[in-house]
Design a binder for this molecule. Structure first.
Ligand code: NAD
Ligand code: WQD
Length: 338
């Protein structure tokens, strides 16, 4: 059984990916210092899969402590590096904290990967690397524009660091995965997203409104040049996203591609407007949502969605869920977690 290190394994995307990895025969070890999560999620993973996952509550910025985990597990077949701080707004207020955490943790994990000869590495990147893309859908070779936040810059820098590193590590293969808008929860509702308080992403804002944790959902603008005036995004179900990691790892292991470092878009390839997302919630859950149109949110791009054909072609990955599935599972999770 191949053993995988998942950093940030107690977080939102990491925990769902662990479920998919376990269900596909991988063994998993997690490193997560719990700065934005709790180990309760490991109980949910156990109830879904029947498998215990060990988490090391280690800060990846601590090189020695990180290295000790590798020396206890010198047989990792791959690393999936999720651990990072991810709040766009917070990164604007605390840029140095974001650069320190997201860059130093990456450097330490890469150093350990080299020291312990781990052959496969997957990095959590983001559609935010594209900035305000000029052409849609965005392809992997769509040129980047200026990053919109220090957070987005840590993803651009992370990708560049890995590309340079891949030039000197001939035995290693890297996949950079650019996520669009992950949302939804495991269908069991045993794990899901626990957003910071108050939530700022659209789907948790909607479910928190419907459950009564907040009075209303404000749609940020209806005067954009889109089909109904609200912004367009590519919402990808968390279990589709999780499965793409397993597929990417299997691709690196089985195919050993010539290209040492490759990049993949992970979105469903369709744009959904904010208002369409609101209607999808009402349709999928039978709940009426208290929403109103408000002013635009500064920094929002008008529209972004993925061309995911490369992921389909090379990874053999296809998303299976749509916006209704996202809303349904997010709602089941919201009811469970309160
Ligand atoms: P999350 O906050 O739920 O999970 C990240 C985990 O990393 C947390 O559990 C946190 O405790 C841990 N962590 C952070 N810094 C650490 C450190 N120095 N040492 C050890 N553990 C540390 O976030 P998520 O939504 O699961 O995101 C996972 C990755 O995907 C991140 O790199 C994020 O930037 C990226 N991403 C997320 C989204 C999104 O919308 N959720 C979109 C694109 C990319
Ligand atoms: C989605 C749409 C809002 C809240 C962020 C990061 C990005 C990536 C994914 C990490 C937008 C609208 C939202 C609300 C609203 N994360 N909205 N009312 O901004 O597309 O992307 O998460 O890498 O880097 O920036 O996601 O969920 O905040 O917004 O109308 O209360 O919903 O204007 O059009 P975003 P979001």
């Amino acid at each position: 059984m191949k053993k995988v290190l998942v950093t940030g394994g107690c977080g939102y995307i990491g925990s769902h990916t662990i479920v998919d990895l376990l269900e596909n025969g991988f063994e998993v070890v997690s490193i997560d210092n719990l700065v934005n999560s709790t180990e309760e999620v490991l109980e949910g993973i156990y109830r879904i899969t029947g498998k215990q996952v060990r988490n090391y509550a280690v800060d990846l910025c601590d090189r020695d402590a990180t290295s000790q985990v590798f020396s206890a597990h010198p047989d990792f077949a791959g690393i999936i590096h999720f651990a990072a701080l991810k709040s766009v707004g917070e990164s604007v207020e605390q840029p140095l904290r974001y650069f320190h955490n997201n860059i130093n943790s990456l450097l330490n994990v890469l150093q350990c990967a080299q020291d312990y000869e781990v052959p496969h590495f997957i990095f959590s990147s983001s559609c935010s690397v594209y900035g305000n893309a000029n052409a849609l859908p965005v392809m992997e070779d769509t040129p980047w524009t200026e990053a919109e936040s220090p957070y987005a810059r840590t993803k651009q820098m992370g990708e560049q660091i890995i590309r340079d590193f891949s030039e000197v590590t001939s035995a290693m293969r890297f996949a950079l995965l650019r996520y669009f808008n992950p949302a939804g929860a495991h269908p069991s509702a045993l794990i899901g997203e626990s957003p910071s308080n108050p939530a700022s992403n659209l789907v948790p804002v909607i479910t928190e409104t419907a459950i009564g944790k907040r009075p209303e959902t404000v749609v940020f603008g209806d005067d954009y040049p889109t089909r109904d005036g609200s912004c367009i995004r590519d919402y990808i179900h968390i279990m589709d996203l999780a499965n793409a990691h397993t597929k990417a790892l299997q691709y690196l292991i089985d195919k050993k591609p010539d290209l040492r470092c490759d990049v993949f878009n992970l979105g469903i390839g369709e744009g959904v407007t904010v208002l369409e997302a609101v209607y999808a919630f009402e349709r999928a859950t039978g709940q009426k949502l208290n929403y109103r149109i408000g002013p635009r949110r500064p920094g929002d791009v008008v529209a972004v969605y993925a061309d995911n054909s490369k992921s389909a072609r090379l990874l053999g990955w296809q998303p299976r869920f749509n916006i209704d599935d996202i809303m349904k599972t997010a709602w089941e999770w919201e009811k469970k977690r309160t």
